[in-house]
Design a protein around this ligand. Structure first.
Ligand SMILES: Nc1ncnc2c1ncn2[C@@H]1O[C@H](COP(=O)(O)OP(=O)(O)OP(=O)(O)O)[C@@H](O)[C@H]1O
Length: 767
């Protein structure tokens, strides 16, 4: 790299930084300079604050890339627009149409771009850069590697190898041409994006939101966009991406809270979950709600108030008007209209010789048209066979009714609700009050698993039908596992056109790991074309066979080894061995985060396979794959999900089979067997839980010898070991967050100086 060129770039970066910070100062003083009413000043202050947010932080680098066109003009691309006082543009923000060539240029269609430069920066210091010369690429096209031909450069690869944390990062610097096309696809449509694990679906959906907000300002505000994820952990994992792109105020919700009542985790049979998710449940709720409106039984008159002279109306008079009010938009609107009619009728007909009190009127209305909350309505319905049968019509069998029926809790506040109930409550809320915010654009992530009732919840919130729906059919599991997008498309499409687009490049999962996971595809999802993986990882997957009683201990030992290297670790474990793994973690004194509780920790995270969907870790330990397959409907898909969560390292700890694959993939009843190419490469280390470490034959490098310091079941390591590991992990996380990788060595040296120990001292101490 030319150092004078580097200096020139730094000069440009410094200049842009100066302009940006000048603007920040101007914006800061704007409210003070504004004269006029206080409310006006407050408005200016708010606007100034928003504009300051849009500048990014003072520590952010001003740009991440640049391109030069054939006319010799140079354009810098960054997260935020930077102008001089005279409105000369120094840096174009990435969402601007002017930035398009930076993303669209490929070796076979350079879009008039001569050079594309990607900067590696720390704060605003340009550390180095990588160039792509399109004329040169076109000449060398025959020599290019597969991933180079696909447009994957070193900047992407470096980004993919970076440490992961519990928060997703943006990909503005390295958005691929194919991804960019989807990001800037028209707003008014139902766009379904299908793609294998780690193809960037979530990243694209979020960048698309930012792009749409910038390019449709005035039409779509951030508060007019909703992002729906599968669970609270996932929502937390992704929710800092948009604010980081300058788009705060976008609403993030997860399915378990997409209703008037969040799920309280009621567990139920998958059959019941499936039934509650069916579209016909919507019809059942509609009928059941209408049936709550009726003239009181065992009475022919409705008394409006009490005592002599209190007005009364006959059954027929009331029954004849009810259908009119039942046609109102919502249950509560109909109730209001009925109340008004009753009041008017009493007064106009002079039915009363005494003044009609509001209380008497309300009591009479309540007897015919009870006031309901979604919770009281659903509790009454699911708790009564009679109500269920009456509402079922021809749509449901006696067996269905039996499955839906449940004993209500004594008090409504004690009622426990399942995830599937949330969508029913949501539908009930819509029918009863019709009051909830709608959005111009909605993103649904992991959409492949949603039930029709959950899709309906989303649809009710969509004001325009503009949606971005992302998912992977090969990862579709649970009661609503599907093999096609057709029903989702049908449910969600409204007045706009719809299309299904496919992503074909796999970013997250290294080649060696994906080769293992892809063995499941012929069973898990034979129709799916696997993605083309863009890179190799640092190691082959490690398959370790141990005795059944040692599985948990070995999983913990493996996870600790990874965590000890400062990696962000996920243990993906079936319920079958979960308690044992938790016990082993506790006994080993290992702090870990329970992914199901909504949090991701900085070191070891324990997840059920379903909870791991959409997440990623530096290293993943998949425990007892056979149980994962057994515990889930479409279990091979769930195992595929588990195996594809890693960005770098994968270990599989098992007692029976590493992958539960039929010997003969054509035979339905064939027994499960191991992956055929596994071989034993290493004897178990002493004191470890008698593992037989195995690797797939694809491994061409020398065997990696692992030294295992743990005792028999991975517990009982000394306290010093645990303390030093915890301290090291914390310090490493701190360094990673504080400075860029090129400075790590300096920081570590500095720590040594601060501690007053030289390199030699350190060795002395360990001898
Ligand atoms: N163009 C890109 N440049 C750099 N990294 C990328 C790019 N595209 C995707 N990635 C990275 O790949 C990883 C996977 O992305 P993402 O989670 O969006 O994939 P996904 O398709 O939603 O995966 P899953 O199916 O598992 O939910 C992330 O770390 C993301 O940053």
């Amino acid at each position: 790299m030319d150092s004078s060129e580097l200096r020139l770039e730094q000069t440009y970066f410094d200049r842009a930084w100066g302009e940006r910070e000048r603007k920040r100062e101007v914006l800061r003083s704007a409210p003070m300079a504004a004269a006029g009413p206080i409310s006006g000043t407050a408005l200016i202050k708010r606007a100034a604050e928003r504009a300051i947010e849009a500048l990014g932080a003072p520590g952010d680098s001003v740009a991440f890339g640049r391109f030069d066109d054939s006319a010799g003009d140079t354009y810098y691309i960054g997260r935020h627009l930077i102008n001089t006082e005279d409105r000369d543009c120094l840096v174009i923000n990435w969402q601007s149409p002017a930035a398009m060539p930076y993303y669209k240029a490929t070796h076979d269609d350079p879009c008039d771009v001569r050079l594309k430069r990607s900067f590696n920066t720390h704060a605003n210091k340009v550390l180095n850069y990588e160039d792509m010369l399109f004329a040169d690429l076109a000449q060398r096209v025959e020599e290019l590697s597969g991933s180079e031909r696909w447009g994957i450069d070193d900047t992407v690869l470096r980004d993919l190898d970076a440490h992961r944390t519990g928060e997703m990062r943006d990909i503005v610097q390295t958005i691929h041409a194919a991804q960019y096309e989807l990001i800037r696809s028209p707003l008014e449509q139902l766009l379904i994006i299908q793609g294998g694990p780690g193809t960037g679906k979530t990243a694209i959906a979020l960048h698309r939101v930012s792009w749409l907000l910038y390019n449709h300002q005035g039409k779509v505000a951030p508060s007019d966009v909703l992002v729906v994820g599968p669970n609270p952990t996932f929502t937390r994992y992704i929710r800092s991406v948009l604010p980081g792109l300058g788009d705060a105020d976008v609403e993030h919700r997860d399915l378990s809270s997409l209703g008037p009542q969040a799920s309280t985790g009621r567990s139920e049979d998958p059959e019941v979950t499936r039934l509650k998710g069916e579209a016909r449940m919507g019809r059942l709720l509609t009928r059941a709600l209408q049936q709550r409106v009726r003239f009181p039984e065992r009475s022919d008159v409705l008394d409006i108030g009490r005592g002599v002279g209190a007005p009364r109306l006959g059954r027929n008079a009331i029954q004849s008007v009810l259908p009119r009010f039942l046609a109102a938009t919502t249950y509560n609107d109909g109730r209001g209209q009925f109340r008004a009619w009753l009041s008017e009728r009493v007064q106009r007909g002079r039915l009363s010789t005494v003044a009609l009190s509001a209380g008497s009127l309300d009591a009479a209305v309540e007897r015919v048209w009870p006031s309901l909350t979604p919770q009281s309505f659903l509790r009454d319905l699911l708790g009564s066979r009679e109500r269920l049968v009456a509402a079922a019509g021809d749509d449901f069998t006696a067996g269905d009714i039996g499955r839906l029926l449940r004993t209500p809790a004594e008090r409504i506040s004690e009622e426990r609700w399942s995830d599937a109930d949330v969508a029913l409550l949501d539908q009930a809320d819509y029918m009863i009050s019709g009051r909830f915010p709608t959005f111009h654009h909605i993103v649904i992530d992991e959409a492949q698993d949603l039930s029709p009732m959950q899709l309906q919840s989303v649809r009710l919130r969509s004001r325009t039908g503009s949606l971005t729906v992302v998912g992977d059919l090969a990862q579709s599991t649970g009661p609503w596992a599907r093999d096609s997008w057709a029903d989702i498309e049908e449910t969600l499409v409204r007045r706009h056109p719809s299309k299904v687009e496919e992503l074909t490049l796999g970013y997250r999962v290294p080649e060696q790991v994906y080769a293992l996971a892809a063995r499941l595809l012929p069973i898990a999802a034979p129709e799916i074309v696997p993605p083309r993986v863009v890179r190799r990882g640092p190691a082959d997957p490690e398959l370790t066979q141990v005795e059944p009683e040692d599985v948990a201990g070995q999983a913990v030992v493996t996870a600790r080894e990874y965590a000890g290297r400062g990696l962000f670790v996920g243990i993906v474990c079936p319920d079958d061995v979960r308690e044992d793994v938790e016990d082993s973690l506790r006994r080993a004194g290992v702090a870990y985060s329970d992914v199901g509780s909504g949090k991701l920790g900085a070191s070891i995270n324990l997840a059920r396979p379903v909870e791991a969907k959409g997440l990623e870790f530096d290293a993943v330990v998949v425990v007892e794959p056979e149980s994962i397959v057994a515990e889930y409907e479409r279990g091979h898909r769930m195992l595929y999900v588990a195996l594809t969560r890693t960005t770098r390292y994968l270990s599989v700890v098992f007692s029976r089979t590493a992958l539960a694959l039929p010997v003969d993939s054509a035979g339905g009843a064939t027994p499960v067997a191991d992956v055929p190419v596994i071989r034993t490469v290493e004897e178990p280390p002493e004191e470890s839980p008698t593992p037989t470490r195995r690797r797939p034959e694809v491994d061409t490098g020398p065997s990696r010898v692992r030294t295992d310091h743990s005792s028999k079941d991975g517990v009982g390591s000394d306290i010093a070991d645990t303390v030093s590991q915890a301290v090291a992990v914390t310090i490493a996380a701190h360094i990673r967050h504080s400075v860029g990788e090129p400075l790590w060595a300096d920081v570590i040296d500095r720590i040594r100086l601060e501690l007053g120990v030289s390199q030699e001292d350190l060795f002395d101490r360990f001898e």
